[in-house]
Design a protein. Structure first.
Lengths: 214, 362
């Protein structure tokens, strides 16, 4: 029952209560992994579903994200290995010339809510910055652009990843105000996320498809 | 009818002699790109702030010339001179908000002076400066009543998030709603004081520019919108109406979840009806086209940058067919004419509005 309460409290964003509930879960003999998977990640799944359905809005997602980060601060030292990269590792950034970060930050939050570790290369990120952040532990490169004038730099970033010999090992995901599915296809991206919650779901699918391919 | 009469008739949701044409906003690149079709001596594309005085004069004159040459019925003015340069990459506005400049279009607010309640105690709100209305003065003197004069006024949400930071504002709506109200009230006082100056300067149409939605949904919940945003914007609408102005509401994105609130708030027009966000002209016209004038809908995300002139012509024809019946339609792009649009497509939009916009009956 305490896991259900964690799940519900996460959605309300009550940082203090969620810390208390995590303590109660440990007292009841639950492991950090159980709290993470059945409480936090399950809770962020519900948040994502409600957001996609238009039942909650960005402020509610931010509220839940704040509670999730507070909970992760408690859990991380207790998780075996790198508990925050259980689903995979994603390089995320807003492309060259574009200084918008709200959409990118939401995607980061939802990816973390799915158990990904996010390597955030920031805003106005040159293709070389994405390339430099990719190593053999990265599964996905995710790019955001709000402007029609900056979206083409997504294509240039993909080309830079190809030139660096990294493209074949990673999946590319794009999104943002100026991006459409057709555009994503035209630059050779593997997936287009219409919103942050969709992006997180797609990231799970992309990682699963990589594992199957191996 | 002249342009001003045409615009004001459409904003009254009545039928003018033809569907009016309007440019909501336009950047340096399309001014120069379109301008090269009608004048010589334009500078290369660069940020207006980095132009010499003679280049600025030429670009502004070209902007006016575009409106005259292509029969654009309304002119949009906005603040000039309200920013100071901090360095090559950053400017600060009269509110103390810092913006990162971009070679690719929009500046983006990055430095937010009022993050916490204690910041307000140290903060002195700006007072609207009559000198910042220079572009409106120039347009009034140039067009002499032939075109409707619009003014872009930042609304409550945009002013608040620029002052507080977007994510901070959204969380403060839960954590400290009184603080958000204090900031919103301060921005309202500024906007109302500026409104007085605008009326004296001869304004016709106030545009409350307050982006509140993305392609999918509003950025905040409808109840938050009512409490923290619309409560204040509505007071601007009422004040503007008392002074005889028409008022247009601008917001990007999918406005369907907020549409009834907006309709109830007394706006005369709704802009820019972004096709990618579900603001389908025929559907909006059927829902509320008899209550509010519709401005926009010609796609500036994909069509104007990447389409052909023929496709633009067809989009304008369709928009007029779907939204023009009985009046209450003003054609413009689905947001500003930004650096990515193809100038030839903009000209195609202007020409198609003249081609298809004539009403059969007066």
């Amino acid at each position: 029952m305490v896991l259900n309460r964690i799940l519900e409290t996460l959605q309300k964003g009550d940082v203090k209560q969620i810390a208390d509930l995590i303590g109660q879960a440990f007292d009841a003999g639950m492991t950090p992994e159980e709290v993470l998977n059945q409480g936090l990640i399950a809770g962020m799944d519900v948040v994502g579903q409600k957001f996609q359905a238009g039942q909650i809005y960005i402020p509610h997602m931010l509220l839940a994200a704040r509670a999730m980060h507070a909970a992760l601060d408690i859990l991380k030292p207790l998780l075996a290995g790198n508990g925050n990269a259980r689903a995979g590792r994603v390089v995320l950034g807003t492309v060259r010339g574009d200084h918008h970060d709200i959409g990118k930050n939401l995607v980061s939050t939802m990816l973390e809510g799915k158990g990904f570790e996010v390597i955030d290369v920031g805003i106005d990120a040159e293709p070389e910055k994405f390339v430099a952040a990719v190593d053999e532990t990265i599964q996905i490169v995710a790019m955001s652009a709000l402007l029609s004038t900056t979206a083409p730099f997504m294509g240039e970033t993909i080309e830079a990843l190809e030139r660096a010999g990294l493209r074949k090992n990673i999946k590319i995901m794009v999104g943002g105000g100026a991006v459409t599915r057709e555009f994503a296809d035209s630059i050779g991206a593997d997936a287009y996320g219409a919103d942050a919650a969709t992006a997180a779901l797609l990231a799970m699918e992309l990682v699963a498809s990589q594992k199957e391919a191996r | 009818m002249n342009g001003k009469q045409r615009i004001l008739t459409a904003l009254a949701v009545k039928q003018a002699d033809r569907v009016p044409l309007y440019i909501h906003g336009i950047n340096e690149a399309p001014i120069i790109g379109i301008g090269r079709h009608i004048t010589d001596g334009l500078p290369g594309v660069k940020d207006f702030r980095k132009m010499t005085d003679s280049e600025k004069f030429k670009v502004l004159d070209t902007l006016f010339l575009i409106h005259e040459t292509y029969g654009v019925d309304g002119f949009t003015a906005f603040e000039i001179g309200h920013e100071i340069n901090l360095d090559d990459g950053h400017v600060q506005d009269e509110f103390g908000v810092t913006y990162a400049l971009s070679d690719f279009g929009l500046t983006v607010a990055k430095g937010h002076p009022i993050k916490e309640p204690q910041d307000l105690t140290r903060y002195t709100p700006p007072v609207p400066d009559r000198g910042h209305l220079l572009l409106l003065d120039l347009a009034r003197d140039r067009f002499k009543g032939e075109k409707a004069l619009f003014w872009l006024m930042r609304g409550t949400f945009v002013r608040c998030w620029r002052l507080m930071g977007m994510e901070n504002l959204m969380l403060k709506m839960f954590d400290d709603p009184q603080f958000v109200h204090q900031v919103a009230r301060m921005t309202l006082d500024y906007n109302l004081a500026q409104l007085d100056l605008l009326v004296e300067a001869g304004l016709d149409v106030l545009v409350i520019e307050d982006d509140i939605a993305d392609k999918n949904f509003p950025l905040i919940a409808p109840d938050q919108f009512l409490e923290f945003v619309n409560f204040y914007n509505r007071q601007i609408v009422e004040a503007a109406h008392k002074k005889g102005l028409k008022v247009v509401r601008h917001s990007d994105g999918n406005l369907w979840p907020l549409l009834d609130i907006l309709l109830d708030s007394g706006y005369d027009g709704l802009n820019p009806l972004e096709p990618q966000a579900g603001m389908d002209m025929a559907r909006v016209k059927a829902y509320c086209g008899d209550r509010i004038c519709l401005l926009g809908n010609i796609d500036c995300i994909d069509l104007l940058p990447n389409g052909t002139c023929g496709q633009v012509d067809e989009a304008v024809r369709t928009a007029i067919q779907d939204g023009g019946k009985g009046g209450g339609l003003i054609i413009c792009s689905s947001n500003s004419l930004h650096p990515g649009v193809n100038p030839e497509n903009c000209i195609a939009m202007f020409e198609a509005t003249r081609k298809y916009g004539l009403y059969d009956t007066p």
